[in-house]
Design a protein. Structure first.
Length: 231
């Protein structure tokens, strides 16, 4: 497929309703490109832009590492052979807040050991130049969907933590015990309260945490890593 043909099919890509809902605005997902070949950077810049994503290109690993990370879904299209730090070493060295950035490798000299190392490092795809534009577009789409899923999960986890922080110490204690499978009467015996009082606390916990059923509360407790204290 030529670049013109690939661009014609780009309506399937770009900013969709899901990414808008997850990020809170209409900003396009970002596709970072790190390649020391200026012609490759120009070509990919045009292709990515035509697909509705926002390209950010860099000639070296150090330039990429110095750039800020966007709040929108993003991924990294990374050449294996770079002048300062090669792609595989960059993949390994990516620090802190970039640790979960999906990576798509491109290379002019692919071999089995390099491919295996890249994929074991968590790469989404490993493409050998010259590759089909559509293959890259498909890989980027998959990578951005994966990053969108991460963002949604992190936002959901953050929301649960915020709700949990509104609970009183007693409500947190009750929540842990109830989520561990104890009945109200058993919880009352453990904390030294009446069963009616436990029911009141349990109701407040369910309301504050947005849990409609006990199963919901159990799933929330598991997501937050809440465990009942040992007897």
């Amino acid at each position: 497929m030529t670049q013109i043909e690939a661009v014609t099919n780009c309506t399937a890509y770009g900013v969709d309703a899901a990414s808008k809902a997850a990020t809170g605005h209409d900003a396009a997902p970002v596709v970072f490109v790190v390649d020391d070949d200026a012609s490759v950077r120009r070509s990919l810049d045009l292709l990515i832009h035509a697909a509705g994503w926002r390209p950010e290109t860099f000639a070296s690993a150090q330039e990429f590492l110095a750039s800020p990370r966007p709040s929108t879904p993003s991924c990294l299209v990374l050449d294996v052979a770079l002048p300062d730090l090669n792609g595989l070493d960059l993949q390994k060295q990516i620090s802190g807040d970039r640790l979960d950035t999906p990576v798509i490798f491109i290379t002019g000299h692919g071999d089995v050991p390099t491919t295996v190392r890249a994929m074991k490092g968590g790469a989404i795809e490993f493409l050998t130049k010259p590759f089909r534009d559509q293959d890259l577009l498909d890989a980027v789409q998959l990578a951005l969907e994966r990053d969108l899923s991460r963002i949604e999960s992190e936002k959901a986890a953050s929301g649960l933590k915020s709700k949990f922080e509104t609970l009183t110490p007693r409500e947190r204690e009750i929540m842990a015990l109830v989520a561990s499978g104890l009945m109200n009467k058993q919880v009352a015996g453990k904390v030294g309260l009446s069963e009616i009082t436990v029911k009141v606390h349990r109701g407040r916990v369910m309301q504050k945490m947005g849990a409609k059923t006990l199963a919901d509360l159990v799933r929330i407790a598991e997501a937050l890593g809440i465990r009942a204290p040992a007897s």
